[in-house]
Design a binder for this molecule. Structure first.
Ligand code: ATP
Length: 218
């Protein structure tokens, strides 16, 4: 199974478990939605899978991606893309160079990369903004650029944390369709954390509840 999560549990710095142990198999090209009450640990779950747990948190259980065991691997060796709205763009690179960054490995040649970047900018409604400094974009424009940057880096799995929630309605449907179509077309397994039923419905995959353990997290 492309992304196999087996008896995964995460303990907070105080030692209490965040959610009941989770076992999910995410198929290639499927977007599985994770839902649960605020504070149950949805964001922390994605951080644990990506290898970015905050200090003091501990993970148990098994994680495998395309047959590779991920436990203990540093984040940069996991080949997992995290897509969230506040995802950082590199401030010292132009918007276009930010998008081209992940393409260095997968697309040969500057011209070919520039074509892919232009297409991604246009999909995100950011035509002509490739030369801009990220700091000069609006919050919504930065979020869209960050989404495109994560997609273009060709990860083996994608974790999406409320990726569309701050986009305005006019762009939201188009970007959601582009992101989901891309995931399906590339047969990438994906986990989506969202509070929006419209996102879950568009994702079309299984919906998994993340259940509280009964321990009160403060
Ligand atoms: N860096 C941290 N140090 C200590 N506790 C933290 C830290 N980050 C998160 N927590 C706690 O871990 C728990 C899980 O937080 P998390 O953000 O994963 O929840 P969530 O389900 O994504 O919530 P929401 O739906 O509100 O975004 C919460 O109780 C939170 O207070």
């Amino acid at each position: 199974m492309p992304l196999a999560i087996d008896s995964l549990a995460i303990r907070a710095p105080g030692g209490e478990p965040l959610f009941a142990p989770l076992t999910i198999q995410v198929e290639a090209g499927s977007v599985t939605t994770v839902m649960g009450p605020s504070g149950v640990g949805k964001t922390t779950l994605l951080q644990g899978i990506a290898g970015h747990l905050p200090a003091g948190f501990a993970l148990t259980g098994h994680l495998a991606l395309n047959g590779r065991l991920l436990n203990g691997l540093p984040a940069e060796q996991r080949r997992i893309g995290m897509m969230f709205q506040d995802a950082g763009l590199f401030p010292h690179l132009s918007v276009g160079d930010n998008l081209a960054f992940g393409l260095r490995v997968t697309v040969r040649g500057r011209r070919a990369r520039a074509r892919v970047v232009d297409e991604a900018l246009s999909t995100a409604g950011l035509e002509g903004m490739g030369d801009r400094d990220p700091a000069t974009l609006s919050g919504g424009q930065r979020a869209r650029a960050a989404l495109m940057q994560s997609l273009l880096a060709e990860p083996e799995a994608i974790l999406l944390d409320e990726p569309f929630s701050r986009l305005d309605q006019a762009l939201r449907n188009g970007i959601r369709r582009f992101v989901l179509d891309h995931i399906r077309a590339r047969s990438i397994p994906a986990l989506l954390v969202t509070h929006d039923p419209a996102d879950a419905q568009a994702a079309g995959g299984p919906m998994i509840p993340l259940d509280p353990t009964g321990v009160v997290n403060t």
